[in-house]
Design a protein around this ligand. Structure first.
Ligand SMILES: Cc1ncc(COP(=O)(O)O)c(C=O)c1O
Length: 399
């Protein structure tokens, strides 16, 4: 037995065994820690307004909830489910991709329903990464790409997205890296946290880059319907299925974050590879939930318009809040947040957000948690009512 595996950790109390080395480079998720602090503040009567997290506060469409309830009442819907998801859901995903993204996917072979796209990120890393392989991740970007890659044993190489380059990858800079050990690259447009939309040119360049260097690209696409009239899939582009897999999610587009439903789309071979890992990790989702999710995908333009009408109004309030803090921002961002540059009197976004939290009991996210390229930024969520946003504005005005 390895000595290390027996070693005791000496924290506040003695653990029976030490945690695995793979957790060495990974800390508890920022929001998980921050929510504890906010909880403490609330217990002390502070009533913190949380504008940090992108968890839609509005419910799914009533027909979706009705389907879940009706299906759950049936006696024969409660058993284990197919590892590859219900054919009803896979067909609905296939039709949805065709209708909104103009992408053809074979529902039997090119679609894998997931328990949220976050778990898909982990499955993908566990499926493809050997210790020492390099994974390219965006800076700033969703922190889970980095942590999942590290847990799987990867060396992570960040590529910086810059405002002057419209938060797109700088392909000249990427070409200068030693790409020999790069196996996987995460990209995400509309980009979180910057709200940047993709362009045709950038998507085509990504595919050429991946082909040239034999890199698998994972495009994470949960925000394409939020404050964006033209949802785009990277799979639409010439030759994409050879090098691209795409994650998508019901969390943001259908107000179903707590339901945990997402999907992976790509070539048959990639779906089979990821399923080899996933089918050993978990089992198919609760059938009524899958049937309700399929219902959600049948919703028409009116659904997306109604969701976006709410976010558009809230966004005006968030602009007002950010103006009060002397932050500057682009008004054409997509997704559930507004990304804004802080004024120069603050060292970084952490200093500004701590001040706003302590002085005004309003929590906004420091951009630095998405990588150091976000250090001089903050991110404000649109997942709060106009009344809450007005209250946050009033509190900030008073300080
Ligand atoms: C860029 C990005 N990808 C993936 C996710 C995870 O979404 P899901 O709820 O589908 O796991 C999030 C959630 O905040 C996100 O911002």
């Amino acid at each position: 037995m390895n000595d290390n595996s027996k070693k005791m950790n000496n924290n506040d109390f003695q653990n029976i065994v030490s945690v695995a080395d793979r957790l060495g480079g990974v800390e508890e998720y920022y929001f998980s820690k921050k929510l504890r602090q906010i909880d403490e503040m609330n217990k002390a009567g502070k009533n913190v307004i949380n504008l940090g997290i992108g968890s839609p506060d509005l419910p799914p469409h009533p027909d979706v909830i009705k389907t879940l309830a009706e299906e759950a009442e049936k006696p024969n819907q409660h058993g284990y489910q197919n590892y590859k998801g219900s054919p009803v859901l896979r067909n609905a995903i296939s039709k949805w991709y065709q209708k909104w993204y103009d992408v053809s996917l074979n529902p039997d072979t090119e679609i894998l329903p997931l328990i949220g796209s976050k778990e898909g990120i982990m499955h993908i890393c566990m499926t493809y990464i050997n210790p020492g392989d390099i994974v390219l991740i965006p800076n700033p970007g969703y922190p889970t790409y980095q942590s999942a890659a590290k847990i799987a044993g990867a060396n992570v190489q960040a590529f910086t997205l810059k405002k002057e380059n419209n938060w797109c990858p700088d392909f000249e800079e990427l070409e200068r890296l030693d790409l020999g050990k790069v196996k996987l690259m995460f990209v995400n447009y509309p980009q979180m946290p910057t709200g940047q939309l993709p362009t045709n040119e950038m998507f085509s360049q990504l595919i050429s880059f991946a082909k040239k260097h034999n890199i698998l690209i994972c495009h994470d696409n949960p925000y394409s319907f939020i404050l964006n009239d033209k949802p785009m899939s990277l799979l639409k582009f010439e030759g994409a299925k050879e090098v691209v897999i795409e994650l998508n999610s019901f969390s943001k587009s259908h107000n179903m974050a707590g339901w945990r439903v997402g999907m992976l789309c790509g070539a048959k071979e990639r779906i089979e590879e990821v399923l080899r890992f996933k089918s050993n990790m978990d089992s198919g989702m609760f059938l009524p939930l899958q049937l309700a999710a399929a219902k959600a995908l049948e919703l028409g333009q009116e659904w997306y318009d109604s969701v976006n009408a709410v976010y558009r109004k809230r966004r005006e309030k968030v602009f007002e809040l950010l103006n009060l803090l002397n932050c500057s921002f682009d008004k054409g961002q997509a997704g559930l947040f507004v990304w804004a540059a802080i004024p120069c009197e603050y060292k970084d976004g952490f200093e500004l957000t701590d001040k706003v939290l302590n002085d005004s009991n309003v929590f906004i996210t420091p951009g630095g948690i998405f990588g150091n390229a976000g250090d001089n930024y903050v991110r404000v969520s649109l997942c709060a009512t106009e009344e809450k946003l007005d209250e946050a504005i009033n509190r900030i005005k008073k300080n």
